[in-house]
Design a protein around this ligand. Structure first.
Ligand code: PHE
Length: 453
């Protein structure tokens, strides 16, 4: 137990929570998925998912975390001893592995692009920067190397006890990232073709959005971006003091995270559409890596801006990766009595093993780049399984647990402690019991159905 205290260092919830939430999900995941799923209509659906499904569930996760002060498996076991509810936490621990396995690959790309931008290796020409990305990601040693470096850094930080330090640094840097995004968005809006990009991003065309696959993608993206559904927020709920108030803290994290994602869209789409023949639906996970070099090339001091941007992105990814690794690590320490070192080394090694096929899925291995009989590459498969299914299902289970097992009254006791500000407890209870689980269930069920038939 004493081992657990070291990683807390009580950095304050909004700091840690925003550090976890803001990451690749905002800057890479959000624009990519908006692009793949038809633009503005997706943005609207995403916002609905964030406010009406994710926010109430985040409050529920935080309440469990602050009450129990333990890892996800231990938390459910504490609230309902002797039952199988601990398995709900088990799903979160598994999802922590799963998400980190593809997350570290993309974080590795961000890391590599610091150097590519600074050195001017990646060109400002749209066609060349697309080829550059494909060549880079299909070269096995480089993808594996950068994935490894990102995972090793994450493990090193958790082991070295410098986590709180990193979180403080990232808190200082987050406003810098936001300012840089505003500058880039402003510049992007002056490029030729920007108006078309803005229309794609802001003018909904619902005919493009009416598939359950797209709805499911918006839901999964909302959970992913908010670090929800696998127990990260549950673990971070233990940072909350009674005085801070759960609702207020949750709203702050949600607002921060969502603003940064929206801002990233204002950078990517105008820049993208300034490239003749640009088609956001077909660019896939390389979107930002293909579009941004061109944007930087049109800026005075572009190499500097490019490098600065990717440094900030890699750092934001690092603080999120730390929070992902922490869920399984905290579990093996708390529930199995492992030493911190053993937990970190074993969990990181296992994650790297699962990351290898994702790192090879962008052309380096023809098998993993197009899995026979599945019709997608291994990385997309991981994103579908963990991000689109496991996280929302984790959220669904949290809602059912809080709504019907632990019960709204007990949760409200925690939420209203010390006269904390909490608007409309009744509405929250209703959302957690009925609206959230039903919405998640329908979206996932219908999507799976549409995949089968
Ligand atoms: N929210 C993080 C991001 O946007 C990723 C993450 C997901 C972290 C789930 C923890 C848990 O990059």
């Amino acid at each position: 137990m004493s081992d657990r205290g070291t990683w807390g260092s009580r950095v304050g919830f909004v700091l840690a929570g925003a550090g976890s939430a803001v990451g690749l999900g905002n800057i890479w995941g959000f624009p990519t998925r908006v692009g793949e799923n038809g633009g503005a209509a997706f943005v609207l659906v995403y916002l609905v998912c964030v406010i009406f499904i994710c926010l109430p569930i985040m409050i529920a996760e935080l309440a469990i975390g602050r009450r129990t002060q333990s890892d996800p498996v231990g938390a459910y076991a504490k609230l309902r001893p002797g039952t199988r509810w601990w398995m709900a936490g088990g799903l979160g621990v598994a999802a922590g592995f799963g998400v980190l396995s593809f997350y570290s690959v993309v974080a590795g790309w961000a890391l590599a692009y610091i150097w590519f931008s600074a050195s001017g290796a990646v060109s400002g020409d749209a066609v060349e920067s697309a080829t550059f990305f494909t060549d880079f990601t299909s070269h096995a040693p480089s993808s594996l190397f950068f994935t490894f470096v990102m995972l090793a850094a994450t493990a090193g930080i958790i082991l070295g006890g410098i986590r709180a330090g990193i979180e403080r640094v990232s808190k200082l840097l987050m406003p810098v990232l936001a300012i840089l995004l505003v500058v880039l968005a402003w510049h992007a809006s002056t490029l030729p073709g920007a108006a078309e990009g803005l229309a794609y991003y802001l003018k909904p065309d619902f005919s493009k959005m009416m598939s359950f696959g797209a709805l499911n993608a918006a839901l999964g993206q909302a959970f992913f971006s908010l670090s929800l559904g696998l127990g990260t927020m549950l673990v971070y709920g233990s940072y909350l003091t009674k005085r801070e108030g759960i609702a207020k803290s949750a709203i702050m994290v949600v607002a921060l995270d969502t603003s940064l994602a929206l801002l990233a869209g204002f950078v990517i789409f105008p820049s993208g559409f300034s490239i003749p023949g640009f088609d956001p639906t077909s660019t896939g996970p390389g979107l930002i890596f293909m579009v941004l070099p061109r944007l930087f090339a049109t800026l005075p001091g572009g190499q500097f801006f490019g490098a600065a941007f990717f440094i900030l992105l890699a750092l934001a990814a690092l603080t999120s990766a730390i929070s992902l690794l922490e869920v399984p690590v905290a579990h093996f320490i708390d529930s199995h009595g492992w030493s911190r070192k053993r937990a970190v080394v074993i969990v990181t090694t296992a994650t790297f093993a699962l990351a290898v096929p994702s790192a090879l899925a962008m052309g380096a291995s023809s098998f993993f780049s197009d899995l026979p009989g599945i019709g997608m590459d291994f990385q997309s498969l991981m994103i579908t399984v963990w991000n689109d299914f496991a996280l929302p299902i984790g959220g669904l289970i949290t809602a059912i647990f809080v709504g019907y097992v632990w019960r709204i009254d007990s949760a409200l006791e925690e939420l209203l402690a010390e006269q904390a500000w909490f608007p409309n407890p009744k509405l929250w209870g209703w959302m957690v019991r009925y609206a959230c689980p039903l919405a998640i269930f329908v979206i996932i069920f219908m999507n799976i159905r549409s995949m089968i038939v």
